[in-house]
Design a binder for this molecule. Structure first.
Ligand SMILES: Nc1ccn([C@@H]2O[C@H](COP(=O)(O)O)[C@@H](O)[C@H]2O)c(=O)n1
Ligand SMILES: C[C@@]1(CO)OP(=O)(O)OP(=O)(O)OC[C@H]1O
Length: 165
């Protein structure tokens, strides 16, 4: 019997990073950080939180990564709102009978401080994932000046199979 049949839980992990440049918006969890001095350089809207969460969802079921489904060489994805990427990943997970049970994200960014937005970001992510905000952990770290020119996000997700409900 496979592990999945014995215990209908899977863990996923995802990461994303984008270089920061003046004159671009910084979007994290579909939330524009209006006081950010610089924003993500990306093919899409550069939402590193949604990219890391999307990759975590896919990795939990060994479904690859978002670059396979949304190649950054394909002009049709230029400027894409990353909520679409997340929705597609949720569909792929649902097709396997799974859904996210809780997520934890860590955002590493030197400026601006994001602590005042923790609730807003957690709520936005919860709503996109169909979770309660108490099921979405959001942590912020500075790079201590070691990586001031990019935003980095790491994410773990626990997936549950509908057979376990
Ligand atoms: N962009 C950020 C980065 C960090 N914080 C908060 O600052 C505290 C200290 O972070 P360190 O990386 O120096 O350990 C911590 O409480 C973070 O939540 C922040 O608000 N925004
Ligand atoms: C989202 C995609 C596609 O628009 O591009 P980017 O916005 O550059 O993001 P990244 O996380 O580097 O890779 C995934 C890409 O396929």
């Amino acid at each position: 019997m496979t592990a999945a049949a014995l215990l209908p839980l899977r863990i996923g992990y995802g990461e994303d990073a984008h270089r920061l440049e003046v004159g671009r918006p910084l979007i994290l969890a579909a939330t524009e950080i209006e006081d950010a001095p610089r924003g993500s350089v990306a093919h899409s809207d550069g939402d590193a939180v949604l990219h890391a969460v999307s990759d975590a969802l896919l990795s939990g079921l060994a479904l690859g990564d978002i670059g396979q489904y949304f190649p950054d060489t394909d002009p049709q994805w230029a400027g894409l709102a990353s909520g679409h990427i997340l929705q597609r990943c949720l569909e792929l997970v649902a097709e396997q009978g799974y859904r996210p049970l809780n997520v934890a994200v860590v955002v590493t960014l030197d400026q601006p401080k994001l602590g005042v937005r923790r609730g807003q970001i957690a709520q936005a992510l919860a709503s996109l994932l169909g979770l309660a905000s108490s099921e979405v952990g959001v942590s912020f770290k500075t790079s201590e000046g070691l990586a001031p020119d990019h935003v980095q996000v790491r994410c773990t997700v626990l997936l549950g199979h509908q057979s376990g409900q």
